[in-house]
Design a protein around this ligand. Sequence first.
Ligand code: ADE
Length: 249
Amino acid sequence: MNYYILTLFPDMVMEGLNTSIIGRAKEKGLLSIEAVNIRDFTENKHNRVDDYPYGGGAGMVMQAQPVYDAYLHVEEKIGRKPKVIYMTPQGKTFHQSMAEEFAKEEDLVFLCGHYEGIDERVLEEIVTDYVSIGDYVLTGGELPAMVMIDAISRLLKDVLHNDTSAEFESFHDNLLEYPQYSRPKIWKDKRVPEVLLSGHHANIEKWRREQSIMRTVEWRPDLIGKAVLSEKEKVFLEKYLEERKKDLH
Ligand code: ADE
């Protein structure tokens, strides 16, 4: 996977993405990241990339020309039209299945805006996907692009050490993850659940799935209807919901 980030703050994204698992994956050659500084493509003698909005209003607008030329630099480099993701609170909300789709691409371009936005004409010309990371407004698209790159990269082959860990994650089967425990067995008078010490793998698996189901009901009730459950687990869920109803009364 080759990522290209069109940004006014290349240091911000490169410093963030050079650390931890993504940094290691980069070193191993599993992915590449290039931050393209939009300001390097300005034709303005004062190096400006923004101007006042036509029609008036607050703030400044990033101009079409430097954004377009920064994009063309990438397109020429890779020799074809890549997916171009514009980070904007107006886009479709990012989620796990979107990460899975993007992870299939060979190249991804992220366009990070600042100020009040980017001239609509260049967006129409180059953007293939408008994506938001949630219903709140940030000062720029850099953090959202980093969030997406992190979520996509951990799905790429060999990026995570243990190749089962991308699978056993929150949202697998639309269930949240079960609780985890490590040593010591007792901490602040709290004991590790007995079943986890039993060595009985089938019981441990059953307990974990039930914990996942209960957690999903409590924390993400919007997901439980979409959970992929066995017949026995469906019965467990029914009983749990009934008990819970009684407790609430
Ligand atoms: N730019 C500013 N806020 C954003 C958000 N929530 N998601 C994506 N891009 C953004």
